[in-house]
Design a protein around this ligand. Structure first.
Ligand code: DCP
Ligand code: CA
Ligand code: CA
Length: 355
C-alpha cells in the first residue's frame, strides 16, 4: 500500500485556521532576499484550479491571484513535521512494516495483516483513511497493489481522497496508457530520450526491443525502464529508522509561568518515554521547542554523551526553558515540545518476546 496525504501543508493550515476553509490557499517558502522572492511549496486544490502550483515563483502566483481572495502563508515545517509524525505512527500500527519516504507519504507492507486478501486490504485502507480523517481532519490517497512501484502509481491515480486497487492481473492494463513521463522515477531527461526514439507510453516502452534500449541507456537502466513499463518491482518495504522523536502539546492557556510549562513538559516526556522504550533507542541531543502566541517557533538544544536516560528528557528541557524565559521576558507560550535526536537504535538488544 502507498499512502500520500492530500495537499499536505495547505490542508494542515486550513485545519489550523477554519477561516481559510473554502478559499484558495498557497503555502510559500520565502527566500528572504526580496519581498515575495521564493517559491510556492504547495497549494490547495482551489488554488490549483486557478493555476497556482508547487514550484512556481511566488511573484507569478501573486500575479495570478491578483484581485482574487487567495491566502498566502509561509511554511511552518516544525508544525507539519509534528502532524506528519503522528500520522506515520498511526500508519505504522496498521501495517506489518512501514517505510516513510517523505514528510507526507509512506509504503505499508500489509501482506501478513491482510492475509494477502484484497477485501481485507481494502478494509485496512478504509480504516487508515477514517483514522487519519477523524484524528487529524486530513484526507489521503491510497494505492494498493502487489509491489511498491504500482502501489505508488495507484495512489497518484485518483486524488484527492482516492483509493485505487490494482491487482496483479490488471497491472499491465493499468499502466499501458500512462505517458512515460508519468511513470514514477522517470525524469525529464529520460523522457526526452525515450520520446526521441518514438516511445510515448508505458506500452511502447514495454514492447521496445530490450537490446536497443540497452545500447542507449546501458544494461542496468534499460532493465529498470523495462521493469517500470511492465510494473515489475521486487524491492522490499524497509522499516523506517527515525531520525528524531518528538512530542509537542498545547498549553492549557498562553503562559510564561515556569511551573505550568514544566508540568506540560513532564507530560510530554512520559509519552516520549514509551516511544523510547518501544523503539529501543538512545539519543545524544535533546531539544526544547517553544511556540509563542505569535506562532513563532524557537528550538534550543543540548548535546550530551549518548544515553537512554529518560530523566535527561525532563532535566535538560527545564534548563533550556529557564534560558528561553530569561531571553524572552515579554513572550508567552502557546505550545511547547521536546525532541530527541542523534538517535541510535539497539538492534541486538532482545526483549522477552524474542526469546
Ligand atoms: N512540497 C514542497 N515543494 C514542492 C513539492 C512539495 O515544499 N515542490 C511540500 C509541500 C507539500 C508536501 O511537500 O504539501 C508534499 O508534497 P506532495 O507532492 O505530496 O504535494 P501535496 O501533498 O501538497 O499535494 P497532493 O495532494 O498532490 O499530494
Ligand atoms: Ca501529498
Ligand atoms: Ca507526497
Amino acid at each position: 500500500m502507498h499512502v500520500d496525504i492530500d495537499s499536505f501543508y495547505a490542508s494542515v493550515e486550513e485545519n489550523r485556521n477554519p477561516l481559510l476553509k473554502g478559499k484558495p490557499v498557497v503555502i510559500c517558502v520565502y527566500s528572504g532576499r526580496k519581498e515575495d522572492s521564493g517559491a510556492v511549496s504547495t497549494s490547495n486544490y482551489k488554488a490549483r484550479e486557478l493555476g497556482i502550483k508547487a514550484g512556481m515563483p511566488i511573484i507569478i502566483a501573486k500575479r495570478i491571484a491578483k484581485d482574487k481572495d487567495v491566502i498566502f502563508l509561509p511554511v511552518d515545517m516544525e508544525y507539519y513535521r509534528e502532524v506528519s509524525e503522528r500520522i506515520m505512527d498511526l500508519m505504522e500500527e496498521e501495517s506489518d512494516i512501514m517505510e516513510q519516504v517523505s514528510i507526507d507519504e509512506a509504503y505499508l507492507d500489509i501482506t501478513k495483516i491482510s492475509n494477502s486478501d484484497w477485501d481485507k486490504a481494502i478494509e485496512i485502507a478504509k480504516k487508515i483513511k477514517e483514522k487519519i480523517y477523524s484524528q487529524e481532519d486530513l484526507t489521503v490517497s491510497i494505492g494498493i497493489s502487489t509491489n511498491k512501484f504500482v502501489a505508488k502509481m495507484a495512489s497518484d491515480f485518483k486524488k484527492p481522497n482516492g483509493l485505487t486497487i490494482v491487482k496483479e492481473e490488471d497491472i499491465k492494463k493499468f499502466l499501458d496508457n500512462f505517458p512515460v513521463s508519468k511513470l514514477h522515477g522517470i525524469g525529464n531527461k529520460t523522457t526526452t530520450v525515450l520520446n526521441e526514439i518514438g516511445i510515448q507510453t508505458a506500452k511502447d516502452l514495454g514492447e521496445f526491443d530490450q537490446k536497443e534500449l540497452e545500447e542507449i541507456f546501458g544494461k542496468n537502466k534499460a532493465k529498470l525502464l523495462h521493469d517500470k513499463a511492465l510494473g515489475i518491482d521486487d524491492t522490499a518495504v524497509k522499516p523506517r529508522e527515525k531520525k528524531q522523536l518528538s512530542r509537542i502539546g498545547t498549553l492549557k492557556k498562553d503562559t510564561n509561568d515556569n511551573d505550568e510549562i514544566i508540568e506540560k513538559i513532564i507530560e510530554l516526556a512520559k509519552d516520549l518515554e514509551n516511544r523510547i522504550k518501544k523503539n529501543k533507542v538512545s539519543f545524544r541531543t535533546i531539544s526544547l521547542i517553544t511556540i509563542d502566541t505569535e506562532l513563532k517557533t524557537q528550538t534550543k538544544s543540548e548535546t550530551i554523551p549518548q544515553t537512554n536516560d529518560i530523566q535527561r528528557v525532563i532535566s535538560i528541557p527545564k534548563d533550556l526553558l529557564e534560558k528561553y524565559l530569561k531571553e524572552n521576558p515579554d513572550k508567552k507560550l502557546r505550545r511547547v515540545g521536546i525532541r530527541i535526536s542523534n538517535l541510535e537504535f539497539s538492534k541486538t538488544q532482545k526483549t522477552l518476546d524474542d526469546f
